[in-house]
Ligand binder design. Structure first.
Ligand SMILES: NC(=O)c1ccc[n+]([C@@H]2O[C@H](COP(=O)([O-])OP(=O)(O)OC[C@H]3O[C@@H](n4cnc5c(N)ncnc54)[C@H](O)[C@@H]3O)[C@@H](O)[C@H]2O)c1
Length: 273
């Protein structure tokens, strides 16, 4: 099999050969949106999540023979290894990985943080991605290359008051550049997507219960709006494709311009249309 090092059509060839993209957190808003988009792009998709019921709904809604659903707890390293072994047994090669499984948290004082709860957030958001990367990158490398996407957050570069969640996303961004550096010679690209406030079901719940202030978010955002799931999925589609054949170690904010303008409200004479 040719390697992706000099072959800029590598991912298209893997897609045509029936290799799969593994998506974690695929029962969720962003993971589910990415799984659907990759299916529409013609990829075989292995959708994994802790939530087997919603995974089954994804299966029945898409009705796609290209979709394989597998319950998986990314906080359990053995579960990840078993998933990889089961794919190997079924002769499903893996060309890509999207680490989208993640736990959000309610805002708490740093002093009130419960250690066990915090460690669990690390186990899912960070160590889940670490083990998935180790396990699935190994098979990508042996097939000549691949593409990995870590779903971080705008807090990768800007502090947010989520005392357990936020450090996991900073660490995940660091993991992106570290693995991009190490895997590059083996043909595996690694990038982050850093979503802004995205209208997933869980974010809609937070808005409805007053835990996020939509008008404050809109005023702090260059485009004066939140992000839709398919706008994250479109960037994932790009990073999985050969259009991104020279993109590795990048973090792409998909935030409607929130990072560009979120601190502008400190000035008293803002321009507005
Ligand atoms: N929605 C936003 O505004 C936003 C912003 C920035 C980053 N993100 C990130 O995007 C990702 C998806 O967020 P979302 O809004 O779609 O949330 P979501 O809750 O809809 O999706 C997260 C999914 O992860 C799954 N999950 C949780 N624990 C798991 C485990 N141990 N093993 C496997 N799966 C597990 C959940 O079942 C859920 O389906 C997360 O990593 C989140 O941090 C979201």
């Amino acid at each position: 099999m040719s390697s992706s090092k000099h072959n800029r059509n590598f991912m298209s060839e893997r897609r045509k050969a029936g290799a799969a993209i593994v998506v974690t957190g695929a029962a969720g808003g962003i993971g589910g949106g990415i799984a659907r988009r990759l299916l529409a792009d013609g990829w075989r998709v292995v959708a994994t999540d802790l939530n087997a019921t919603t995974l089954a709904e994804l299966q029945s809604q898409t009705g796609s023979s290209q979709l394989v659903t597998m319950p998986l707890d990314v906080a359990k390293a053995d579960d990840i290894r078993k998933t990889a072994a089961s794919l190997k047994e079924r002769q499903i090669a893996v060309a890509g990985l999207v680490n989208a499984a993640g736990l959000l948290q309610d805002i708490k004082s740093f002093m009130a943080m419960d250690e066990a709860a915090q460690r669990h957030i690390w186990d899912v958001n960070y160590f889940g991605a670490v083990t998935c990367t180790q396990v699935f990158a190994a098979s990508m490398m042996s097939d000549g290359g691949g593409s990995i996407i870590n779903i971080t957050s705008i807090n990768e570069t800007r502090p947010l008051p989520l005392h357990a969640y936020a450090p996991t996303k900073v660490a995940l961004g660091s993991l992106t550049t570290l693995t991009a550096g190490e895997f590059g010679p083996k043909g595996v690209r690694v990038n982050s997507i850093a979503p802004g406030f995205t209208l997933t079901p869980i974010m809609r719940e937070k808005i409805a219960s007053g835990k996020r202030n939509v008008s404050a978010i809109e005023n702090a955002t260059a485009m004066r709006r939140l992000v839709e799931i398919d706008e994250i999925a479109g960037v994932a589609s790009f990073l999985m494709s050969d259009d991104a054949s020279a993109v590795s170690g990048a973090s792409i904010p998909v935030d409607a311009g929130w990072l560009a303008t979120s601190y502008w409200m400190n000035f008293g004479e803002l321009l507005d249309s």
